[in-house]
Design a protein around this ligand. Structure first.
Ligand SMILES: Cc1ncc(COP(=O)(O)O)c(C=O)c1O
Length: 496
């Protein structure tokens, strides 16, 4: 199949991006590795002054027969040995390792070739890209990538769109840059395309239109919802109509699970006879349906390998990747060289199949944790017109949503204000020794000046509040006990 090239979306760039010049020093840094050049051109310390001579790490060996939690014994039977030398004997990218002399040196702001080639191959395998000039760039994870994206596209006073409840760090990062975040309602199945269309079709012409839609499509934080293919396709069409860039924040993409079955006898953890069968089972991403280069995908190792790797990558058109590169050259320079060496060394030994095996193993773990959490919620929190639990099919979060107007003292003690009921429940649950987090902490409440029409701001159900919990962070017995305590606190509060 022949595929076209990405659109030129440079009209969306911020003043900062349009003003940025490429650093002349970065344009010659590749010559540092040219044996025919005596490099007197930059402040690069000699690698013999790096105190580390080699790096040895061990991880479990694919296909992780005993599950992903198994500690490797150190023998070749179940252990993947990553041994990284200081010095380079071949050209960058010719072997699977990033030697320390290069990993710890300046340069390679886009990422080390051994890392980039792995994630590029992974991207092609998982997302089957539909335009020709796409590229990848190493990031310090999605927090940093999002912050960069804001700077690349937005000026102070611009508006972006986001799910009405969203990852608070992202929203605060935008607001701190003077960017207004306008909410798009979402339900149990994620962002509602019709509401997005209403907002954009009726956008107040006196206000600059949003350039960006920030979305967390899989295992949304905080609601735990996941977007279906049909919704994504509709959202993509709306983005095309309104010339929007979609920023898909996907740290939970590989934490996709089987649908929750209430009856334990009906439960099965899906096994896959091949890697391609596993790949086919995954939700279709926005980037995989992008034919125009209007999606920026942010991937992260935080939830699948470890948050402290501070390593991830973006996938976008070459034009957009170059804008990230120019910003990173003058900000973070590159993610940690140790991290790239260890992660690339491990993944290149596991191979693409081994990485997918790891994801299959993770999926099994999260299936079990999710089932235990939802079983306990069904046991301890009555599902009725007051309380509602939405069993997630991806990610780390469950939510308990509550009709605050059903509180016996809603009109009296709480003055018919849902947020006061929410605060009272929060206090009560914390007093009982458990932490779940009020939905209000994630609420996106931006408004433009002059404002958008009332219809665009209409809430689905203003009296519904919710709490976010996670099944990721604690062992199963604590998870059940925590949910039991939440159930007791809720029943007491609602005098049930
Ligand atoms: C939606 C979302 N984006 C980004 C992050 C942070 O990701 P990273 O560790 O890659 O910066 C989180 C983590 O909680 C998240 O939930």
């Amino acid at each position: 199949m022949t595929v076209g090239a990405a659109l030129d979306l440079s009209h969306h760039f911020s003043v900062e991006t349009k003003s940025r010049k490429a650093s002349p020093l970065k344009s010659c840094i590749h010559l540092f590795h040219d044996p025919n050049i005596i490099f007197l051109g930059g402040g690069l310390p000699m690698s013999k002054y790096f105190p580390w001579d080699n790096l040895n790490v061990q991880s479990p060996l694919p296909p992780f027969k005993n599950g992903i939690g198994e500690v490797p014994s150190g023998t070749d039977k179940d252990t993947c040995h990553v041994q990284i030398r200081r010095d380079e004997t071949t050209k960058a990218g010719d072997t699977i390792d990033v030697p320390l002399s290069r990993a710890l040196q300046y340069g390679h702001s886009q990422g080390q070739p051994e890392f980039l080639s792995f994630v590029k191959e992974h991207t092609e395998l998982v997302h089957k890209m539909q335009y020709s000039d796409w590229d990848v760039l190493a990031t310090t994870g999605n927090t940093g990538a999002f912050e960069s994206a804001l700077r690349i596209f937005c000026d102070r006073g611009d508006t972006i769109l986001a799910e009405q409840y969203s990852f608070s760090a992202s929203i605060y990062a935008a607001e701190a840059q003077g960017i207004n975040v306008f909410p798009v309602p979402l339900d149990d199945h994620g962002l509602i395309p019709e509401r997005l269309a209403t907002i954009l079709d009726n956008w107040n012409p006196e206000v600059k239109k949003p350039k960006l839609l920030y979305t967390i499509p899989t295992g949304q934080n905080p609601t735990g919802s996941s977007l279906s293919y049909e919704r994504k396709a509709e959202i993509y069409r709306i983005a095309q109509k309104h010339d929007l860039i979609i920023l898909e924040d996907e740290p939970y993409y590989f934490l996709q699970m089987d649908e929750y079955q209430e009856d334990p006898s009906q439960r099965k953890t899906t096994t896959y006879s091949s890697h391609s069968e596993f790949l086919q089972s995954l939700a279709k991403s926005f980037i995989s349906m992008d034919t125009e280069g209007r999606v920026i995908r942010m991937d992260s190792f935080s939830k699948v390998l470890g948050p402290g790797t501070r390593l991830g990558w973006i996938v976008a058109s070459k034009q957009i990747v170059t804008a990230f590169l120019r910003l990173h050259e003058m900000s973070i320079q590159n993610p940690s060289g140790f991290s790239q060496s260890i992660v690339a060394g491990t993944l290149n030994r596991w191979g693409q199949d081994g990485f997918l095996d790891w994801m299959v193993g993770l999926r099994q773990e999260y299936n079990e944790k999710r089932d235990v959490a939802i079983d306990a919620l069904h046991k301890y929190v009555p599902e009725d017109s007051v309380f509602h639990v939405n069993p997630p099919i991806a990610g780390m979060f469950f939510t308990i949503s509550i009709d605050s107007s059903k509180h016996p003292e809603f009109a009296t003690k709480y003055e018919s204000k849902p947020e006061l009921v929410e605060q009272a429940i929060y206090n009560k649950v914390v007093e009982s020794g458990v932490l779940i987090v009020p939905g209000a902490w994630f609420k996106v409440e931006g408004e433009t000046q002059p404002p958008q029409p009332a219809e665009s701001k209409k809430e689905l159900d203003p009296n519904r509040i919710f709490f976010r919990g996670t099944y990721a962070a604690v062992p199963l017995d604590k998870l059940q006990d925590g949910i039991r305590k939440v159930g007791i606190a809720l029943k007491e509060e609602f005098q049930l």
